[in-house]
Write a protein that binds this ligand. Sequence first.
Ligand SMILES: Cc1cc2nc3c(=O)[nH]c(=O)nc-3n(C[C@H](O)[C@H](O)[C@H](O)COP(=O)(O)O)c2cc1C
Length: 188
Amino acid sequence: MNILLISGSPRKKGNTEMLLEFCSQEVEIRGIKTDLVCLSDKIIHHCKGCNKCRDRDNCILQDDFNRLYRQVLDYDGLVIGTPVYVGMPTSLIMAFIQRLTMVAFNNGRSLSGKFGGGFAIGGEAGQLAAITDLIKFFLVNNMVVIGSDYWNIGFATKKGDIMENDKSLKYIENFAENLLNHVKLMEG
Ligand SMILES: Cc1cc2nc3c(=O)[nH]c(=O)nc-3n(C[C@H](O)[C@H](O)[C@H](O)COP(=O)(O)O)c2cc1C
């Protein structure tokens, strides 16, 4: 069992990355392997809607997407973290999940059955709207959404603020525990 964590923040070593690192530790101490990928240093263009991904299991655009897509296929689950930008996930994460969905739909719903978890961090407001977009991505891709005992959100503005946010850290711990319980259920 392995989980890929993806940070959709354009800012390196920011709150999203830190919270995902914390999530990674919480998941790993429960015996589930993880890896973390940051989109900040990746080039991901937006979907052109050309449909050329049909039956070729990749995208014709020449950027970092295809390598990431192959990586996603190797994992049993996907945890996506995004900062809130104008009440939404970042354009970086939106471009990624829209292309991922298009390629998956055109190639036998290739994300089906994987676990999905989403976190959003903002300074003031919009976290719930942002995680709703992530949850829509998981649901339409036939994935199993893992929640926590509250919304997986955080309040933070300056780099590092999130690690002072005890409530967010608790939501993540609970998320990791839920993930483990679902894994055990699936494994029978
Ligand atoms: C373009 C832009 C738009 C933002 N919009 C919002 C917003 O709508 N709501 C909010 O609470 N925070 C907003 N923020 C603040 C970030 O969500 C916040 O600083 C977050 O901690 C950044 O995460 P990071 O450190 O992982 O990059 C915005 C920041 C930027 C740069």
